[in-house]
Ligand binder design. Structure first.
Ligand code: ADP
Length: 402
């Protein structure tokens, strides 16, 4: 039997999954990937081969009460029917927040679940959804090992100073500090940089993860030295619907003068701001690009996005003491030629020069000249979760055997 891993990434109404073969001492190999969406309403399931060809699809009516638990149990039985000669070795989960306690992936047990539940206030809009499938598997499939892989863990290499807010000391002791997110994506980019340019992998690199969520990470010799996201996934760059860095005074104004409740203010900052808030149109870069020549607010939203990215790149360059390379990744970074061109264009002062033809075809190298280089590297967070899950599984087995 071939051992396989399921990698899960759960959102409020969605469950993304990938199945990896982990036979032998080689990189985990993607077999199938898919998604349940519309959970809790009219749910839809689709699964594809690793190469992208459709394999199966199913829909449920909105009255069917088909939520995360039903989706997970459906997935397990669908896999049992389709994966002859394969056996489920473990499930790896994307968990957004590992707090101060978890600086590496961890095998889930009762203590881990309790500790992760305590972190819900640090990531109220993500952590509960990440934990739900962990609880469901513990209840329904108690024999299956589970590994939690954290978006925060990659940034544990930040210095004390880089992770500090200038707040009273007791707040730091309560865990109010800069954590940073998108760590699974940065881990992947860091792990493959040597395949693109071995010298760059040893050098000073800024990675721009530009998706619905967006952040930058400064890598030195492949490890994170600082990042634009802080205590929550709100900080730093403007995002699809999140505001990025705002003056904390704005939040007091919202509460005191606009009389918003904390929950209402939170909703504005997480779901009504960013590209959507500034454009009044959409959080989707494709829509904004298609309207940018005729709609002044769509153009403003894009201009602000690019302006904030380039300003923050300047800040990260200062933290790194210079830069050798810039990497674009995630939905916008991998696909939006214009955003890459605009960002690199604003960095001519730092010696970056765009190779327009290479940018149009997606690189991977999109710079010319002898200055810092610019790259497009597609991210693969699920592969990092599969790698980490296998490592934890093997370490656990070795410990039990000794
Ligand atoms: P998430 O953070 O949800 O994983 P993604 O990494 O999928 O997000 O990124 C979503 C963003 O990528 C959206 O703004 C979307 O418009 C943008 N995007 C995806 N494909 C393209 C494309 N071909 N051109 C421009 N933008 C794109």
């Amino acid at each position: 039997m071939i051992p396989v891993l399921i990698v899960l990434n759960a959102g409020s109404s969605s469950l993304k999954f990938q199945l990896f073969d982990i036979e032998g001492d080689v990189e985990p190999r993607l077999v199938w990937k898919g998604l349940y969406e519309g959970l809790g309403g009219a749910a839809h399931f689709i699964v594809r081969h690793a190469g992208g060809a459709d394999l199966d699809e199913m829909s449920w009516t909105s009255g069917a009460e088909f939520g995360h638990e039903e989706a997970l149990m459906h997935l397990i039985s669908w896999l049992r029917q389709h994966q002859e000669r394969r056996t489920l070795a473990a499930i790896g989960h994307r968990v957004v927040h590992g707090g101060q306690a978890f600086s590496a992936p961890v095998l889930v047990d009762d203590h881990v679940v309790q500790a992760l539940e305590k972190l819900v206030p640090l990531a109220p809009l993500h952590q509960p959804h990440n934990l739900e499938p962990i609880r469901i598997v513990r209840r329904r499939l108690p024999g299956v090992p589970q590994v939690a892989c954290f978006d925060t863990a990659f940034h544990q290499t930040q210095s004390d100073i880089a992770s500090l807010f200038a707040l009273p000391r007791e707040m730091r002791e309560r865990g109010v500090r800069r954590y940073g997110f998108h760590g699974l994506s940065y881990d992947y980019v860091s792990s493959v940089l040597k395949d693109y340019d071995p010298r760059l992998a040893e050098g000073r690199v800024i990675v721009a993860h530009l998706g619905n969520g967006a952040s930058l990470c400064a890598l030195k010799g492949g490890v994170s030295i600082t990042t634009t996201m802080g205590f929550s996934a709100l900080d730093g760059l403007p995002m699809g619907t999140r505001c990025g860095a705002v003056d904390a005074g704005v939040i007091f104004y919202m509460l005191r003068e606009m009389k918003l409740t904390p929950e209402e203010a939170e909703r504005v900052l997480y779901t009504k701001s960013g590209l959507l808030g500034v454009s009044g149109l959409s959080n989707d870069m494709r829509v904004l690009r298609s309207k940018a020549t005729t709609d002044v607010d769509a153009r403003r939203a894009i201009d602000l996005f690019v302006y904030r990215i380039t300003r923050e790149i300047g800040s990260l360059m200062a933290a790194l003491g210079g830069v050798d390379g810039l990497v674009f990744t995630a939905g916008i970074g991998e696909n939006d030629t214009a955003t890459r061109a605009e960002v690199v264009g604003c960095l001519a002062w730092a010696g970056l020069a765009l190779d327009e033809a290479a940018n149009r075809t997606g690189g991977p190298r999109i710079s010319s000249g002898s200055g810092p280089t610019a790259w497009v590297i597609p991210t693969n967070e699920e592969l990092v979760i599969a790698r980490q899950t296998r490592t934890v599984l093997n370490a656990t087995r070795a410990k039990l055997a000794s």
